[in-house]
Design a binder for this molecule. Structure first.
Ligand SMILES: Cc1cc2nc3c(=O)[nH]c(=O)nc-3n(C[C@H](O)[C@H](O)[C@H](O)COP(=O)(O)OP(=O)(O)OC[C@H]3O[C@@H](n4cnc5c(N)ncnc54)[C@H](O)[C@@H]3O)c2cc1C
Length: 411
């Protein structure tokens, strides 16, 4: 019987172990911590957004799109739903985002552990894989901090560096894969906050509002360009732009760091230029004799109003009088709500990130995710240079890559 060692009992590792064991492979999983699927239990705010009905290769990093186009046909989001159903876990859709009906991420992890137990898969906890053992360009096993384990096949599923420090995601896999001769693309945190050092945005802004946020940069000729725009709830806290739309832009922001990137936020995204001017006219007409804060309270939340006054250098208690400069300043403040610009100076660290961009390059792996330089060695999950948008795409990659490697080993 073929022997498979899976390094890492995370989402991808557990799925690969199940898929291979179901086909009669003798599987052992080695996990460095004392628990399986720790990160999985934290996903989707504790609810686990395990895939998405709106799935396409465009939802992944450009370097992975060609491969993902094929991979998502081999193991699709529907296959994910069936895979979990086959273990007795039912999913439900919230506008296309799929969650377990239990509403608890722990059930996803626990149901996989039950299936591993049923299949007789051994999980060795508390051993850190240190090295892949090879001979004549074929894998022969792995070495951990406590011993050596022979195998015909090895799957590296050690994840990336992203996630709260409690998950102990230190990125061991990149070092081990590199030592096994695989190229590793530079890694960066992704699906994370954007940082600014602009003083206006320092201090407890606490803004939370629906908005369009555009990631902009200066091209080689110094012209402003828009790289991408996202809609959703944007949060501005001390020197940080966060919320899902900011997270969605973070990978591209990381790539544009040398091109003076900035965020341009429209806090009134529902308005066209025409409807905005009509709204502005009504608001100004009603504001006669009120303070600018009172005027803004009808248009945005109080934290945002404070911020807009700071940006426009207007005293919040300035009275708005028709025909005077104060009316122009008030109009300027409302207009500014559609165009708040913030220079991006960096990204939040791995501790606040949901995923790592970069990793083992797909060019060094076959379509089956087998290392080109080493027969029997596979790389799956976040360790590979594949990262997706927020919304179930990263876990879909974990399941898809697990299936592809598992299928190849069973052939
Ligand atoms: C807060 C948060 C929320 C998220 N929410 C979602 C979501 O809702 N939907 C979504 O699609 N994605 C989400 N993600 C991303 C998703 O969790 C990851 O993409 C996914 O867990 C990656 O799976 P993996 O198996 O490759 O890695 P991991 O889940 O990180 O598993 C890797 C495993 O390998 C072990 N390991 C590491 N090094 C070694 C070693 N040397 N020896 C032995 N074992 C080792 C680790 O301890 C770990 O158990 C979220 C991430 C975070 C941090």
């Amino acid at each position: 019987m073929k022997k498979l060692i899976v390094c890492g009992a995370g989402a991808a590792g557990m799925a690969a172990a199940i898929m291979a064991a179901r086909k009669g492979i003798d599987v052992t999983v080695i996990e460095k911590t004392e628990v399986a699927g720790k990160k999985l239990t934290m996903t989707g705010n504790g609810r686990c957004n395990l895939t998405n009905e709106d799935m396409s290769a465009d939802c992944y990093n450009p370097a992975a799109r060609e491969y993902m186009d094929k991979a998502l046909h081999i193991f699709s989001w529907q296959d994910t739903v069936s895979f979990f159903e086959s273990m007795g876990l039912i999913t439900e859709s919230e506008e296309g985002y799929l969650y377990p009906v239990s509403g608890q991420a722990t059930t996803v992890r626990d149901i996989m552990l039950l299936e591993l137990e049923r299949l007789g898969v051994e999980i060795i906890y508390g051993q850190q894989v240190k090295e892949v053992l090879t001979c004549d360009a074929s894998v022969t096993g792995v070495r951990t901090d406590k011993g050596r384990y022979p195998a015909d096949h090895v799957i590296l599923a050690m994840g990336g560096k992203a996630g709260p420090s409690s998950t102990k995601s230190t990125g061991d896999g990149y070092y081990i894969a590199g030592k096994a001769g695989l190229s590793v693309a530079e890694t960066r945190p992704a699906l994370t906050g954007l940082l600014t050092d602009e003083l206006t945005f320092k201090g407890g802004a606490g803004v939370r509002s629906l908005a369009n946020i555009s990631l902009c940069f200066y091209d080689g000729e110094g012209l402003e360009r828009i790289a991408a725009t996202e809609y959703g709830e944007v949060q501005l806290t001390d020197g940080r732009i966060s919320g899902i739309p900011a997270m969605q832009l973070s990978r591209q922001a990381g790539e544009l760091m040398g091109e003076r990137p900035f965020a341009e936020i429209d806090f009134l995204p529902a308005y066209t230029d025409e409807t905005f001017e009509a709204m502005l006219g009504s608001v100004l007409a009603a504001a006669e004799g009120r303070t600018v804060t009172q005027l803004l309270s009808g248009v945005c939340n109080s934290h945002l109003a404070e911020l807009i006054c700071r940006i426009c250098r207007i005293a919040p208690d300035m009275k708005v009088i028709r025909g005077e400069r104060s009316a122009d300043q008030a109009a300027e403040a409302v207009r500014r709500l559609r165009k708040v610009r913030i220079a991006i100076k960096g990204l939040s660290d791995y501790d606040k990130a949901q995923v790592t961009t970069g990793g083992v390059e797909l060019k060094d792996l076959s379509d089956d995710l087998e290392a080109a330089n080493c027969r029997g060695l596979y790389v799956i999950g976040e360790l590979a240079d594949v990262d997706g948008r927020c919304g179930g795409y990263n876990l879909q990659w974990a399941w898809t890559s697990a299936y592809i490697a598992g299928r190849a080993i069973c052939r």
